[in-house]
Design a protein around this ligand. Structure first.
Ligand code: ARG
Length: 463
């Protein structure tokens, strides 16, 4: 028999209440209340199924379903009083339902357990986040696409080792991110398809003796099918790990572009000007305009990947089926999701609003002997030189230009012929950055025509 201090859900077995410290370590309500809508949606589906299967009466199920809507509106309206003594969102909702509708509330937990309940709620929550991530990513892709379209043929330096390598186009660089983000989208889609199986009805771990209809609840909650093994259904959190892995890879991409923005917006580069609305000033240096949003996005990967590592560590030693350790799956997943969405939105704003400085890009494009490969390729194509020899000849010309303190196109033909007598004036046609990028017409190359083809392909995909 339960007394006043023992828990109202399992008071039959206990005679004394819990220590305050026990309550503090045990309660998850402070954060799992974020799953209130999912919990209520799951319970409503479960109640309808119990009635359809003849396990509870239609009128009891109706009372439960109506009462649950009232609980939801109380939570959404901010009038609901959450109790740490009731540990988590599942018991808070059920206790309130009991207060609202009385006896029928006690029948809601027939044929289920908090173990399949939490697995269901959390899946629904993570699934929503996957959808939100996909939406955020596509908005960001559109922003990159807009930049690419505006400057499809603007020349800029392409880098390896952050050293000028070969000229590329601004459009090409922007489209590189459209590709990366496209893979992020497809990763989230794959993970979503894999996780979309319903744990509800797996009960504590073994299934139930009640004649439940798991297809009905799976269907009502938008799952493709019920999970086929009750032990697995309640005890894996791989779907959250996949979400965090996808989020980590995505955050890594965002972080790389953030790093580029930090470099590009510096006085030394001046490749882009960030809008005032996505920059901050300095409290002491009046000239400063800082790319704080980019820096913060660059840092977000830390907590997102941290959440991934944390959950992997929580899970790795757990015997089947449920262990309370799994309650530690949510907080960091919530935090990672919040920060991923924020990073995606901030980056979308930055990319949409930034302006590329066409002149600075062009001026830098020719620096660092960026057309040296074009010169070597010319020697191969026109003089039929083996590439290794062409590389050597070009290296000597670069050294000569470096000595003179000029760029490759500034060398005279006579000077070039001192290195190799066969070189003709035609070589100058490949030494400009415009000709260099225009010549890179291989599929996926940086030639403006190729870039425009990719822009058109993505525009069609993203409408
Ligand atoms: N608050 C718990 C969690 O988040 C709910 C499941 C509790 N199950 C149990 N058998 N104690 O994991």
């Amino acid at each position: 028999m339960s007394n006043d201090t023992s828990n109202q859900m399992w008071g039959g077995r206990f005679s004394a209440g819990v220590d305050a410290i026990m309550e503090a370590i045990n309660a998850s309500i402070d954060y799992d209340k974020r799953m209130a809508a999912q919990d209520i949606e799951g319970s409503r589906a479960h109640a309808a199924m119990l009635a359809a299967a003849g396990i509870v009466t239609d009128s009891d199920a109706e009372a439960m379903r109506e009462g649950l809507l009232t609980v939801l509106s109380e939570i959404e309206g901010g009038t609901f009083e959450f109790s740490a003594a009731l540990e988590d969102i599942h018991m808070n909702v059920e206790a309130r339902l009991k207060a609202l509708i009385g006896a029928p509330a006690g029948r809601l937990h027939t044929g289920r357990s908090r173990n399949d309940q939490v697995a269901t709620d959390f899946r629904l929550w993570v699934r929503d986040q996957m959808d939100a991530a996909i939406e955020g990513l596509e908005a960001l892709q559109r922003a990159f696409l807009g930049q690419a379209e505006a400057g499809a043929d603007w020349v800029m330096p392409g880098f390896t080792h952050l050293q000028t390598a070969q000229p590329v186009t601004w459009g090409h660089h922007m489209m590189a991110y459209v590709e990366m983000l496209g893979r992020d989208v497809s990763r989230f889609r794959d993970a979503r398809a894999r996780m979309n199986e319903c744990p509800l009805g797996a009960a504590a771990l073994a299934g139930t003796s009640f004649p439940i209809d798991r297809d009905m609840t799976a269907d009502a909650l938008g799952f493709d099918r019920p999970a086929a093994n009750s032990l697995d259904a309640v005890s894996d959190r791989d779907f959250a790990l996949e979400f965090l892995s996808c989020a980590s890879i995505c955050a890594m991409h965002l972080s790389r572009f953030s790093e580029e923005l930090v470099i590009w917006s510096s006085a030394q580069f001046r490749f882009v000007t960030l809008s005032d609305s996505f920059s901050t000033g300095s409290s002491i240096m009046p000239q400063k305009k800082n790319p704080d949003a980019a820096e913060l996005i660059r840092a977000k990967i830390g907590r997102i990947f941290g959440a991934n590592v944390a959950l992997m560590t929580v899970m790795k030693g757990l015997p089947l089926a449920y262990s309370k350790d799994m309650q530690e799956d949510k907080e960091q997943t919530f935090d990672a999701a919040d920060n991923l969405m924020l990073a995606l939105a901030a980056m979308e704003g930055m990319v949409r609003d930034m302006s590329a400085n066409r002149e600075s890009l062009a001026a830098a494009a020719g620096n660092g002997f960026s057309t040296a490969t074009d010169l070597a390729d010319w020697c191969v194509r026109v003089l039929n030189m083996p590439f290794r020899e062409a590389h050597h000849v070009t290296g000597s010309l670069v050294a000569m230009a470096e000595e003179k303190g000029c760029d490759l196109p500034d060398l005279s033909l006579a000077e070039m012929q001192k290195v190799n007598g066969e070189i003709t004036g035609d070589v100058f046609s490949v030494l400009t950055v415009e000709n260099s990028v225009a010549s890179r017409t291989s599929y996926g190359g940086t030639a403006p025509g190729e870039v425009r083809k990719q822009i058109a392909r993505w525009k069609e995909k993203l409408v």
